[in-house]
Design a binder for this molecule. Structure first.
Ligand code: KG4
Ligand code: ZN
Length: 354
C-alpha cells in the first residue's frame, strides 16, 4: 500500500511517499521537508500568517519533488493523507485542501490525519514497535504522555497545563538573547554552564497525576536573570544549565508517574517511545533511557528527522488507518484543536482482511 503524506500544521512544509508492507512494517520512498525557520527567526517564533503563505508557495513543488524522488505517479498511489489538525489553521487548510484535490482528481481515498496521531505511530514505521507503548511527545506545541493502545486508540496520561517544553526552551532563549529555535541554543550554552548556580522551581514534581507546568519555571528564570543583569556569557550559560537541569528533573519525575499510570490503566508497555523536537536534547534523552531502564523496558527514539514534523509520519499514519478501512470524506473539516481522544478507531466489523 503506497500513500502520499502532507504536513503543514506548523512551520515545516513536508511531503513524503511511504509504502506499508505489512503490520508495523513500512518503508519511506521519499521524504521532502522545507523548514521556514529563516522566515520566522526575526520574530522569535512562528508567525501564523507568514507560515500559511509560505505553505501555499511551497507545497505544490514539495509534493512534486516527493513524487519524483519516489518515482511515483499519482495514479499509482493507494491513498492521500494530510495533517488535518491540530495546528495553525491557515497551514492546515492549505495541506488538507491540496490532499482533497489530489484525492478527488485521481479518485483515491483521503485520510485526514491527526498530527499527534502521526507522531504517536512513527515508532511503528521506524522500529516496528508493537502496541501498547508509552509515548512521551515533547515539541514546541505539545507536551503529552500517552498510552498508545492501537491505531486510533490513545489514552492521555498527562499533559502540560500551560507552556509546552519546547516553548519553554524557546522563551528562555529569547529572554537570554539567544536565537530561534531556542532548544538547541539553550542546550549548547548549558554544556558550559553550572546547573546548580540558580535555584529554580521543579513545578508539579511529586504529584499523583502526570501533568506538566512550565510557565512558573520560565518566570522564575526571568527573575533570576534580572537579579544578575547585565548578563555575562557565563551568567547566560549558568542560567541555561540551571533551566535545563530543572526541566530534566521535572521530565524524570513526570515520566516515572506517567509510566506508573500506564501500568495501572493499560498494562506492561512494549517500550517507552519519544517524539518531538525536544527529544533531540541529549540531557533529556539520557533520563528517558534511565526511566525506561528502571521499569525494565527500552527507549525507542526514532531518528531526529522523523521525531520532528515531517510528511512521512503523516503518510504512515494514513497507511495504518487505510489498512483498517478508516478513510475520510472529502468534506472533512480542518481542526485547529483536535485532542487525540477524539480520533476515531476502527469498529471490529470495519477491519479489512489483510
Ligand atoms: O517537533 P518540532 O520540530 O516542532 C514542533 O514544535 O512541532 O519541535 C520544535 C521544538 C522547538 O520548541 C525547539 O526549541 C525544541 O523542539 N527543540 C529542543 C531541542 N531541539 C529542538 N529543545 C531542547 N533541546 C534541544 N536540543
Ligand atoms: Zn509536531
Amino acid at each position: 500500500m503506497i500513500i502520499l503524506g502532507i504536513e503543514t500544521t506548523c512551520d515545516e512544509t513536508g511531503a513524503a511517499v511511504v509504502e506499508r508492507t505489512g503490520e508495523a512494517q513500512g518503508r519511506i520512498l521519499s521524504n521532502v521537508i522545507l523548514s521556514q525557520i529563516n522566515e520566522h527567526a526575526a520574530f522569535g517564533g512562528v508567525v501564523p500568517e507568514i507560515a500559511a503563505r509560505a505553505h501555499v508557495e511551497a507545497l505544490d513543488h514539495i509534493i512534486s519533488k516527493a513524487m519524483a524522488a519516489a518515482n511515483m505517479r499519482f495514479s499509482e498511489l493507494d491513498g492521500v493523507a494530510a495533517a488535518a489538525g491540530p495546528g495553525l489553521i491557515g497551514g492546515v487548510i492549505v495541506g488538507l485542501t491540496t490532499a482533497k484535490a489530489i484525492a478527488l482528481t485521481h479518485n483515491k481515498p483521503l485520510m485526514a490525519i491527526n498530527h499527534l496521531e502521526a507522531h504517536a505511530l512513527t515508532a511503528r514505521l521506524t522500529d516496528a514497535t508493537p502496541f501498547p507503548y508509552c509515548l512521551f511527545l515533547a515539541s514546541g506545541g505539545h507536551t503529552q504522555i500517552l498510552g498508545v493502545r492501537g491505531v486510533g486508540d490513545y489514552l492521555k496520561l498527562g499533559g502540560t497545563v500551560d507552556d509546552a517544553i519546547g516553548e519553554a526552551f524557546d522563551k528562555t532563549a529569547k529572554l537570554l538573547g539567544l536565537g530561534y529555535p531556542g532548544g538547541p541554543q539553550v542546550e549548547k550554552e548549558a554544556t558550559r554552564g553550572d546547573g546548580n548556580r540558580f535555584t529554580l522551581p521543579r513545578p508539579m514534581i511529586g504529584r499523583d497525576d502526570a501533568n506538566f507546568s512550565l510557565s512558573g519555571l520560565k518566570t522564575a528564570l526571568r527573575i533570576e536573570a534580572e537579579k544578575v543583569a547585565p548578563l555575562s556569557d557565563q551568567d547566560v550559560a549558568d542560567l541555561c544549565a540551571s533551566f535545563q537541569q530543572a526541566v530534566v528533573d521535572v521530565v524524570t519525575d513526570r515520566l516515572r508517574t506517567g509510566l506508573r499510570l500506564f501500568r495501572e490503566r493499560v498494562g506492561t508497555p512494549s517500550a517507552l517511545v519519544c517524539a518531538g523536537g525536544v527529544a533531540a536534547n541529549q540531557a533529556i534523552r539520557k533520563v528517558l533511557h534511565r526511566v525506561a531502564f528502571e521499569i525494565g523496558t527500552t527507549l525507542v527514539a526514532p531518528p531526529p528527522a522523523l521525531c520532528t514534523d515531517n510528511g512521512a509520519m503523516i503518510a504512515w499514519a494514513g497507511a495504518e488507518r487505510l489498512a483498517l478501512g478508516l478513510a475520510d470524506p472529502l468534506d472533512f473539516v480542518p481542526r485547529a484543536r483536535w485532542p487525540l481522544e477524539e480520533v476515531t478507531k476502527a469498529e471490529p466489523e470495519e477491519v479489512l482482511a489483510e
